[in-house]
Design a protein around this ligand. Structure first.
Ligand code: ADP
Length: 546
């Protein structure tokens, strides 16, 4: 531990909360610079998901319909009224969550938009109001959610790993669908460990498949024994994780380039994220939130006598979390690649074929999502070791290339991206819009686009014409930027943030390609811009403009 920092360079830096260290020039850091905390706040996540839902409504229907308060309160009221008028039998419930809150803090349920508590706090503390999922899957009559650990190993190129096992956190009162009478019963509706631990019904268990916190694989075992299609469930969860990260990467890239500009020495970053997922009765996974700093504690507090607490080991946490940290270190280990190269050189020379892959449970046709492989004993994601781990026993390893991983269990982290990249690359439109945004940011270190940058973007991409004058371009810039800055959380810099640029880009796309669906309009405009910029780059190269 280096509480006051460290001068000598390290291979891997493991920071507790966030990373704001400008003195690291190499190695790998376990946090993305500053931004991830912002990016996964409830409002920012909801905005990013909304953009993707506008582009791809069916692909992103795993995130509940959400509205941002206070600015979208009139929209929320109006939309609910329209939906109720068109379907009088619809009796919705909504959940209000303060932005930046965690552990269930300040959360409450309402039946009608008029029940939102407007007294002071909503303006000082913005919130998200969201459709409440009324029919969750129950186990032992209790609502539960899943915490899955995801390793974002690299942003460019995108590399995502998912842990084979996660945690299931249980409510402590039997679930009933929300009524005016039970709305306030947090032990029935909220699965947060930090809340339920205070219930007298909370069960600490030494076993991973009983009690108020269990492994996700133990739930899957039960579902599988009841005949549920667990393979499809895993495939849906993998899709949810990949799509969510695709929604978050554009913003992360903007912050990344501002903290660690390309071409300058700096570390590479990776980060462990906690995905909170709810399963509906029909086994559809729903994303609740993404946690940038998930708790890695493997013990819990026990009250020995009133006011006297002791930390005791928690076998469930240990089973899941130790594997996640161990395997994250194995995956980012800078020596691993060197060893791998040395081994393959050695074995290719001896004529041994090096190979690996994922073992399938059955040859049944794959579900529409990624095809997943399951372990025979327990229906969690299983892994056939990578090349460096799968060398035949009969061949002795040369001393120099022997892997220190030889005695370790197989990896619990399964690569899902780029493995399934082909199925999801069409969703990465906002990423390409962000690349345009970053190109015109100009001065390194900023995250907002100035009016000149926006004008240059329009001019270089040849978007202005007789129907769209440069004066109209300025008005568009001012209108959108002013609105976003008036509701934004980040007032540190002036100018147009990425989300505002995305809105302006969608506007331009709609103007130019009127008759197409939104995602085709946006794709057409991206290709149009990229084409003009490529031509410009070529010209500059030929004329040596630099
Ligand atoms: P926090 O960061 O405060 O934990 P969450 O978004 O995770 O906030 O919500 C807290 C709990 O509320 C979740 O663990 C879940 O049990 C419940 N919850 C949140 N959103 C929904 C929803 N849309 N439908 C049903 N339950 C929800």
């Amino acid at each position: 531990q280096f509480p006051f920092g460290r001068r000598l360079p390290c291979d891997i830096y493991w920071h507790g909360v966030s990373f704001h260290d400008n003195n690291i020039f190499s190695g790998q850091v376990n946090k993305f610079p500053g931004s991830m905390m912002e990016t996964v706040r409830k409002i920012t996540l909801s905005r990013a998901m909304r953009t993707m839902q506008d582009l791809f409504p069916l692909e992103y229907n795993f995130y509940p319909r959400s509205w941002i308060l206070p600015e979208e309160l009139p929209l929320f009221v109006a939309e609910v009224r329209v939906m109720k008028d068109s379907d009088p039998s619809w009796k919705p419930t909504f959940i209000v969550k303060p932005d930046g809150g965690c552990q269930g803090d300040g959360i409450y349920l309402i039946k009608d938009p008029s029940d939102i508590r407007l007294t002071g706090s909503i303006h000082s503390r913005p919130a998200v109001v969201q459709e409440y999922i009324c029919k969750p899957l129950l186990v032992d009559k209790l609502k539960f959610d899943i915490r899955l650990y995801v390793l974002l190993k690299s942003l460019e190129p995108l590399e995502i790993y998912i842990a084979k096992d996660g945690l299931s956190r249980f409510c402590t009162e039997p679930y009933q669908e929300p009524t005016l009478k039970n709305l306030h019963q947090v032990f029935m509706h909220l699965t947060n460990y930090s809340l339920n631990i205070h219930s007298e019904n909370f069960i600490h268990s030494d076993s991973v498949n009983t009690g108020s916190k269990r492994t996700f694989s133990s739930i899957l075992c039960r579902l599988s024994s009841r005949g549920a299609d667990v393979k499809k469930l895993w495939s849906d969860i993998i899709s949810l994780v990949i799509k969510t990260i695709i929604a978050l990467t554009p913003e992360l890239k903007v912050y990344y380039q501002s903290d660690i500009p390309s071409g300058k020495p700096g570390p590479t970053c990776f980060q462990i994220l906690g995905f909170d997922i709810l399963l509906m009765k029909n086994l559809k996974p729903i994303l609740l939130e993404v946690n940038a700093n998930p708790s890695m504690r493997i013990e819990h507090e026990q009250e020995l006598s009133p006011g006297v607490f002791e930390n005791v080991p928690s076998p469930v946490d240990e089973e899941v979390k130790v594997a996640v940290i161990r395997d994250t270190l194995r995956l980012v280990d800078p020596q691993k690649k060197k060893r791998k190269d040395a081994q393959s050189r050695c074995f290719v020379a001896r004529g041994v074929r090096v190979g690996g892959g994922w073992r399938g449970l059955s040859s049944a046709p794959s579900p529409p999502g990624p095809s997943v492989m399951l372990c025979r004993r327990c229906p969690r994601l299983e892994h056939v070791p990578e090349s460096s781990e799968s060398l035949p026993d009969a061949v002795p390893e040369p001393e120099a290339a022997r892997s220190p991983e030889a005695g370790l269990p197989s990896l619990c982290l399964k690569q899902v991206f780029p493995k399934y990249a082909k199925q999801f690359s069409y969703l990465r439109l906002v990423d390409r819009v962000a690349a345009l945004f970053i190109r015109f940011l100009g001065v390194k270190g900023t995250t907002k686009l100035g009016p000149t940058g926006f004008r240059t973007f329009v001019r270089n991409c040849k978007l202005s014409n007789s129907n769209f004058s440069m004066a109209a371009v300025d008005i568009l810039y001012i209108d959108i930027t002013r609105r976003w800055n008036s509701m934004g959380i980040d007032h540190k810099e002036s100018g147009m943030c990425l989300q505002a640029f995305v809105e302006a880009f969608f506007c331009l796309a709609q103007k130019k390609y009127k008759s197409l669906p939104l995602h085709e309009q946006v794709l057409s405009l991206i290709e149009f811009c990229e084409c003009h910029l490529a031509a410009l780059d070529e010209k500059r190269l030929v004329w040596g403009w630099g």
